[in-house]
Design a protein around this ligand. Sequence first.
Ligand SMILES: Nc1ncnc2c1ncn2[C@@H]1O[C@H](COP(=O)(O)OP(=O)(O)OP(=O)(O)O)[C@@H](O)[C@H]1O
Ligand SMILES: [Mg+2]
Length: 328
Amino acid sequence: MTERNGDRGEPPAADRGDVVIETRGLTRDFKEIRAVDGLDLTVRRGELFGLIGPDGAGKTTTLRLLAGLLKISDGWAAVAGRDLTREPEAVKPHIGYMAQRFSLYAELTVMENLRFFSELYDVPPRERAERTDRLLSFAGLTPFRSRRAEHLSGGMKKKLALACTLIHEPPILLLDEPTTGVDPVSRREFWDILTELYTGGTTILVTTPYMDEADRCTRVGLIYQGHLVRCDAPEVIRAGIGEELIELQTDQWREAQVVAKDLPGVSQVMTYGESLHLLVDAAEDRLPEIEAGLEAEGITYRSLRPTRPRMEEAFISLVRDREREGLR
Ligand SMILES: Nc1ncnc2c1ncn2[C@@H]1O[C@H](COP(=O)(O)OP(=O)(O)OP(=O)(O)O)[C@@H](O)[C@H]1O
Ligand SMILES: [Mg+2]
């Protein structure tokens, strides 16, 4: 990492050599819209960091700022030791950035796109064949290697963009919803590759709308209205939402859904296939009241038990807390 200058009020440089992405008060305005609002983020080398947040929270804008593609309105950011307020271009060789709306060369075939990116990023010639074959196979694109990019389906285009982003195995990856619209099997294969890259020391900052993916990250940051409102390991976020979860299995789930909403301590009722998940303030304390409430309405059930919140429930709970605060 290169030395950072100490004249912008950033933290002391000592022992910070493993910090590869850092922002302080990062802000970006689009006219009257403040898309990123005083964001403080620190990502260390080798992390697999998931950025999550509702639509329009500022995730894409953050990634574009970190990729040196947008001008910073206020605050400070550095990636790979390069100060983005001073030399945003300098970061580009160190990162692989996959845009939410990526672009491929429509006229080129799948293989030609991969070759183009491997040349662009100076992949050693003897490694090109192995890497392109592996990425083609991962993306399920081997049978389509000769098809022009413009004739691929939406999902296939996304997979090809992924493959192109990964071809030079950059030390830092900025991936903006890389798996959105990709089928579950490819999604898993993609995450297997991410895990492999992460194990090999690549730092990954990824945005995702899929909470099972957030759960696979080493740390997760929740961004809301342009700033980071929670940032921790997934298990800490799941455990620390201030609400608990009760799982209810019943054949009368439609009726149970209506009744459960109004039971004491229940803030949210979510359906998961045949079961209902009730977000409550205190699971053990509320169980007898919930049992009584369901029985009073003639609802029978197979099981009613506390269960661990998943990232999805944690996300919903945290966003709802913020919305309530906003209304106050
Ligand atoms: N080029 C732009 N011009 C004007 N406003 C913009 C521009 N880009 C983003 N915005 C606004 O900034 C805010 C943040 O947008 P951004 O795309 O960063 O959110 P996001 O978290 O990536 O959302 P999503 O989950 O829908 O992708 C939104 O209000 C958006 O409308
Ligand atoms: Mg986005």
